[in-house]
Design a protein around this ligand. Structure first.
Ligand SMILES: [Zn+2]
Length: 120
């Protein structure tokens, strides 16, 4: 049986990597796992998870039609995790990452330092 490797590039199968997080059957074990699941959600057009994994205060700004269009129109080339940092006692984590995607003939890099708060 062909392996269905996860788009996040972990080398693991999708069903053992980002899928349980996206489907909300498992919690992301780290900010990195959460970031990977968000990247994979773009690839798989799991827009519900992109919204759900935002901070509640940011959800009202979430523009679902434009995120859906963007995820479909882009060709997703991969994500590279540059570094991660966590402060367990504050339940905060940071992930620096570069996501590569192609729009038309142009390859773009999205470089971001994301901050994550552990909820629940
Ligand atoms: Zn994955």
């Amino acid at each position: 049986m062909a392996k269905d490797l996860c788009p996040c590039g972990s080398g693991k199968e999708y069903c053992e990597c980002c899928e349980p997080i996206i489907k909300q059957k498992a919690l992301a074990a780290s900010p990195e796992a959460l970031m990977r699941s968000r990247y994979t959600a773009y690839v798989k057009q799991e827009i519900g998870w992109l919204k759900e994994s935002l901070e509640p205060t940011q959800r009202s700004d979430f523009d679902e039609p434009s995120v859906t269009a963007w995820s479909k129109e882009s060709e997703w080339l991969g994500i590279e995790i540059k570094q991660t940092k966590t402060e367990e006692e504050k339940n905060i984590g940071w992930v620096e990452f570069v996501a590569r995607f192609k729009q038309g003939n142009i390859t773009r890099n999205h470089h971001e330092l994301g901050e994550f708060h552990k909820v629940g």
